[in-house]
Design a binder for this molecule. Sequence first.
Ligand code: TXA
Ligand code: MG
Length: 317
Amino acid sequence: MPNTAFLAPDLPGLKAAAAILRGGGLVAMPTETVYGLAADARNDRAVAAIFDAKGRPRFNPLIVHLAELSQVEALATLTPLAWRLAQVFWPGPLTLVLALRDDSLLSPLVTAGLSSVAIRLPAADIARRLLTEFGGPVAAPSANPSGRISPVTPAHVLAGLAGRIDAVIDGGPCAVGLESTIVDATGDAPRLLRAGGLPAEALEAALGRPLLPALHGTVTAPGQLASHYAPRGRVRLDVTAPVPGDIWVGFGRCPGAELTLSDSGDLTEAAARLFHALHEADALAGPGGRIAFAPVPEIGLGRAINDRLRRAAAPRG
Ligand code: TXA
Ligand code: MG
């Protein structure tokens, strides 16, 4: 593959990106959550190229991104529950798992052969404009090598995938900074498959009922049990007293911390900073170094932050 092109987020840049997608190429697309590695979801070879560029196992299905709610029904069945959630939260950092239609024309690689499909309408303006320009369904996992830290800047994308993808669109840093919340909406009971950039509390308030946990044995979030979001150093959590040599990442008042998720203890700011902090701490600590995170409360976006931190800290397989 030639050099990865750097595209401006203007009309010529977006037209060039859409042309790459039409030709079966790969484009890193900024969304409000993280950068996605986009390909035409109907093109087997393009979707296969996503898995190759990331080194992603083929059994891990991808999210399909669309510009408009009216495009969903060609791909999947919207249950009453899904309608309700779509109306309140789309476009936004919510992915719905829905029953796949037989005539969807999606590459079976997108769904890893499952009878369900994960769909999201992103809110970020650049993503919406690219999806509108392209006009079809776009498969996009996070634009990082499989198992590594998710990218929230074009520089993060290039650090992991330069030379392996056709282009990256420069959308600057992602506003939310955490991947979407994934809800199984195939039945009447909403099940939380992955905590993410939309707090579970917001979903529960809109539905007036609690989210259920994922059913045992179903496909859930990336590397559910395995190590994921892995920096090269070792990560420890809930550290209030770092030892010399630790790169300490604070939350709230943490005097002497090298980095912080949020000085004021704000969870929205901490979510937006999380992957920046992991990338920076990784660079500071280096291979085999030690990264220590201060405790983050297990409420609102804190649940998704702690989920990502636990995976970053998990023993490597
Ligand atoms: O915010 C996001 O969700 C970002 C941006 C680019 O949209 N995308 C993202 O993709 O995080 P990825 O591939 O890193 O995570 C998508 C997860 C996968 O781990 C997969 O397990 C789950 O979605 N998924 C996809 N299809 C599914 C399905 N049919 N049933 C259950 N889970 C599914
Ligand atoms: Mg990912």
